[in-house]
Design a binder for this molecule. Structure first.
Ligand code: ADP
Ligand code: MG
Length: 573
């Protein structure tokens, strides 16, 4: 196909483009970060494919990105010698949004410019952000391995359609040329571009080159000026951030790095950066985001950890590097021991990976523990962070009780609940224990769909009367997760809705006597009730757990709780 072909954008792209061009002015400069990150991805992909096909390097093995501009033509070009695009790939990748998150993205647009601009970054619809500053974008590319005559030119004004045609392009890789809008002249400046690159793209491993500027004295009385020379210079640090020494990295650099790998717009809550030595050597740089992603509940969604082997990018979302209950963590692991051609299947079986996963888990839990500690410290700048963490990720962390037996105690210490004495989910099991009544032998809890429903349960009456705290378990996972936690530091956990509530030493002699007497005198009534309910209830008994209500339902010790039964029923079981 050598003729020009005009194709329409997928409807979602058209919608997105409309948004990009009509409402996103607040943070224009992010377009450069997005395009450089694409160039860097393309180089990563080439490096990876070349592991098996070194001939793909052709005669240009040094991967790089060149950023240049032309003041007269008002264009800014980002060129890479990465994997490139075939014609079909250009059509597919630059004309549709293949990612499943897009519909979600569209549905979350709020009309508020700032929030929407941030969403763009979060959902990684990066390429189209070029249209924030350009009214036309030209992409020229040739995929590594294809013939020079099999290049492609893709042009679009960012409205409903784009053109593609075949071109001859000797050099491999992609150049993206932005035809800048009137109000985007700022970007025709070496200084401006350099400053954006150092802000967002310093850690990109690839050298980013720009033309050197020279001072040219004015002739014939004309003032001197900066002119571009033919020489190129590297304008970024070009070392992977995680390979640098901790002491040389500023908090801002960590934060920018986090934003660039996570597509998040908010700063992370915490991070941990370590070089681990020993039988398995690796570097880990892991972040806890400050808010949950929209698909946190999708357990199939892989974790957000990128795997590198000796600085070569291997894969995104390497789920084997963290257990599922820590899937909210983002970051990078760079291993010195894994083979470069490692596959997902191999990862599952590797002993090194197992060691890395355990190391990562320990570090992440330590990070959360530090946040919990900071919460207790009035002086700490991080005082608010644990509550935030818990609100966003607490329910996911609970899955760890059932999933990670080795760390169950550490996880148990991090749990927080609302209770009959605290409206907010802030009571730890340790705090509960510390204020247990004299003679109290169990940690009591009640499950329910909502906190309000749990709080109104008649089963709480006796506990209220006696001033005994009861924890509310109202997360969907609580019932399941708590079934793995039968005790905390020697004290059993006990549901107030199960079996006989034996308040043991908390009951005084008088109460015990009265209860026994009542049981005696109610015997005939109980027998009648049992008979009447024989298909519906296993047993009918006199109870001391109620104060005001005449009766309540309980399940047998070890039986499925009412809450769990309801959930199972909802799930069609
Ligand atoms: P993402 O980078 O999250 O995949 P983008 O909108 O930034 O989304 O890019 C869309 C797709 O276009 C990329 O996945 C890639 O296939 C292709 N692409 C963009 N820029 C380049 C490039 N410089 N080289 C090769 N492919 C590219
Ligand atoms: Mg991108």
């Amino acid at each position: 196909m050598s003729q020009k072909q005009t194709l329409s954008f997928q409807a979602e792209v058209a919608q997105l483009l409309h948004l990009v061009t009509h409402s996103l002015y607040s943070n224009k400069e992010i377009f450069l970060r997005e395009l450089i990150s694409n160039a860097s991805d393309a180089c990563d992909k080439l490096r990876f494919e070349a592991l098996h096909h070194p001939e793909l390097y052709e005669d240009a093995p040094n991967l790089e990105v060149r950023v240049s501009f032309d003041k007269d033509a008002r264009t800014l070009t980002i060129a890479d010698n990465g994997i490139g695009l075939s014609q079909q790939e250009a059509i597919d990748n630059l004309g549709t949004i293949a990612k499943s998150g897009t519909r979600e993205f569209m549905s979350r647009l709020s009309g508020d410019q700032k929030a929407d601009a941030q969403l763009i970054g979060q959902f990684g619809v990066g390429f189209y952000s070029g249209f924030i500053v350009a009214d036309r974008i030209t992409v020229e590319s040739r995929r590594a391995g294809l013939k020079p005559e099999e290049g492609v030119r893709w042009v679009s004004g960012g409205a409903g359609d784009f053109e593609v045609e075949t071109i001859t392009r000797p050099q491999r890789g992609t150049s993206v040329t932005l035809h800048l809008r009137e109000d985007a002249s700022d970007y025709l400046s070496t200084w401006k571009i350099k400053s954006i690159i150092s802000k967002y793209s310093d850690h990109i491993q690839l050298p980013i080159l720009m033309r050197k500027e020279e001072w040219k004295e004015g002739e014939d009385g004309k003032p001197g000026e900066h002119v571009l020379s033919d020489e190129w210079e590297t304008v970024n640090q070009a070392t992977a951030l995680w390979t640098r020494a901790k002491k040389d990295i500023t908090p801002e650099q960590y934060q920018e790095f986090y934003k660039s790998i996570s597509h998040d717009y908010e700063e992370p809550l915490a991070w941990t950066h370590n070089r681990v030595e020993g039988s398995t050597e690796y570097t880990q740089l892991l972040f806890i985001p400050s808010h949950a992603p929209f698909d946190l509940w999708n357990r199939d969604k892989a974790a957000g950890v990128k795997l590198y082997v000796k600085r070569v990018f291997i894969m995104d979302d390497a789920e084997a590097l963290l257990p599922a209950y820590l899937r909210f963590v983002k970051g990078v692991v760079d291993s010195a021991d894994l083979p470069l051609n490692v596959s997902r299947e191999l990862l599952q079986e590797s002993r090194d990976v197992k060691a890395i996963r355990e190391g990562n888990t320990r570090r992440v839990l330590a990070m959360i523990e530090d946040l919990a500690k900071a919460e207790q410290d009035a002086e700490s700048a991080d005082k608010e962070k644990f509550a935030k963490f818990w609100a966003e990720f607490g329910a996911v962390l609970k899955e760890g009780l059932g999933e990670d037996f080795g760390n169950r105690e550490r996880i148990a210490k991090l749990l927080r609940f609302a209770s009959t004495q605290s409206d907010t989910a802030s009571v730890s099991l340790a705090a509960y224990k510390a204020r247990m009544k004299e003679g109290q032998e169990a940690i009591y809890y009640i499950t329910g769909d909502t906190q309000a429903a749990a709080a109104h349960s008649p089963q709480l009456e006796i506990f209220r009367k006696k001033g005994i705290e009861v924890l509310y378990m109202t997360d969907r996972v609580d019932e399941w997760a708590l079934s793995f936690l039968t005790e905390f530091e020697g004290t059993p956990l006990q549901s107030v809705a199960k079996g006989q509530v034996d308040l043991g030493k908390l009951q005084d002699e008088g109460e015990k006597k009265a209860a026994e007497k009542a049981a005696e005198s109610f015997k005939p009534v109980l027998a009648k009730l049992k008979e009447a309910l024989k298909d519906k209830a296993q047993d009918v008994r006199v109870t001391t757990r109620l104060v005001d209500s005449p009766a309540c339902l309980v399940v047998t010790e070890g039986g499925m709780s009412l809450q769990l039964a309801r959930l199972m029923k909802q799930a069609g079981q």
